[in-house]
Design a protein around this ligand. Structure first.
Ligand code: FES
Ligand SMILES: [Fe+2]
Length: 346
């Protein structure tokens, strides 16, 4: 067994930056249904956020902290694209600008832009936030993978909140070999070799970690993709004929760190289906397949949540873990670059 030593990152600034999620990327932060008529407070990406919808249904996000004395803006009143703080009525626009201080008109707070504001997009049943390192007027575009955007595909969002650091969620996806063990009783992952050789295949913006010589039998590969100003993961699970039309079942994943040691996890379950096949698959999925998928996901959750918080600092990795070793190095590199940019700005 060749082992790969894992470095200790305790109190390491790079690790601290990673823990709350990388800056200047899009992240899904909650399902669309979380934000209805009233403002909502959510802790994501190391911050408390106030989210609300204006009259057109567009979602806005500000740091959930009034610039006056810090009351939560999420307890305030929606005034279209601005929100009025419940404490003394200060009105903050969705770009972070104070538009009105009703108790002291003309005071210097009016017209200033002290509040952190975040750009939001809504797609595929989820609300996405651009985790900008400072207030910006225009974020780079959010470009989601074709499985979520092409009319040739159909998807269901499966949203879960797991009690673990998001990096355990990512490691779980980038570790295809667990399919043959943890999920060996499942209807889709009972086939194939219990041993495997893996290799890494580079993509333009990411990589695929795949078994050598076994494809379309079990959970045989995982993809890490940095295209579109968002980090996504992808994998395929082969489906028996009884699973309906559309070939392999594709899962597109992404996640965002939530409050202390929790992660908001988004798995879109996708099938390449259109026309009548689309309706057939959607019906079949809801009535027959979804419940089984939740069971498989529960196996992951139970295993990952039960790991000690520092489990990833006491590992003896072998060749099946090359994918996650590569990813951890990549994320550290991105975090280091982010810290350098922050230092250059200050
Ligand atoms: S704390 Fe918000 S208006 Fe005073
Ligand atoms: Fe799994």
């Amino acid at each position: 067994m060749d082992t790969i030593a894992t470095p200790l990152h305790a109190a390491d600034p790079v690790d601290s930056a990673l823990e709350i999620g990388l800056k200047d990327l899009w992240f899904p932060i909650c399902p669309s249904g979380f934000v209805k008529n009233d403002p909502v407070s959510l802790y994501r990406l190391g911050r408390k956020l106030a989210l609300w919808r204006d009259a057109t249904g567009k979602v806005h996000a500000l740091e959930d902290h009034c610039p006056h004395r810090g009351a939560p803006l999420s307890l305030g009143v929606i005034l279209g694209d601005r929100i009025a703080c419940p404490y003394h009525g200060v009105e903050v626009r969705c770009d972070g600008t104070v538009m009105r201080v009703p108790g002291s008109p003309g005071c210097k707070l009016e017209g200033s832009r002290p509040t952190r504001a975040f750009h939001i997009e809504e797609a595929n049943g989820a609300i996405f936030l651009f985790n900008a390192s400072e207030n910006i007027d225009t974020p780079p575009p959010l470009v989601l993978p074709e499985q979520l955007t092409s009319p040739d595909w159909s998807s269901f969002l499966c949203y879960v909140e797991w009690g673990c650091d998001y990096r355990y969620v990512v490691d779980n996806v980038m570790d295809p070999m667990h399919g043959a063990y943890l999920h060996k009783q499942s209807h889709t992952m009972s086939e194939g070799d219990m041993t495997a050789e893996f290799r890494i295949r580079d993509l333009e913006q990411g990589f695929i970690f795949e078994k050598v010589g076994q494809r379309d039998v079990n959970f045989d590969w995982s993809e890490w993709n940095e295209a579109g100003n968002i980090h996504t993961m992808r994998l395929e699970i082969p489906y028996p004929k009884t699973g309906g039309p559309g070939g392999n079942f594709t899962i597109v994943g992404a996640c965002a760190p939530g409050p202390e040691n929790t992660t908001s996890v988004f798995f879109w379950r996708c099938r390449k289906v259109s026309g009548w096949q689309r309706d057939t698959w959607r019906f079949l999925y809801k009535n027959r397949l979804e419940e089984r998928h939740w069971k498989v996901l529960e196996q992951d959750r139970v295993a990952v949540e039960a790991m000690e918080r520092d489990a990833n600092r006491r590992e003896m990795l072998y060749s099946h873990d090359m994918g996650l070793v590569r990813l951890r190095r990549r994320l550290r590199k991105l975090a280091e670059a982010q810290l350098e940019r922050a230092a250059a700005r200050s």
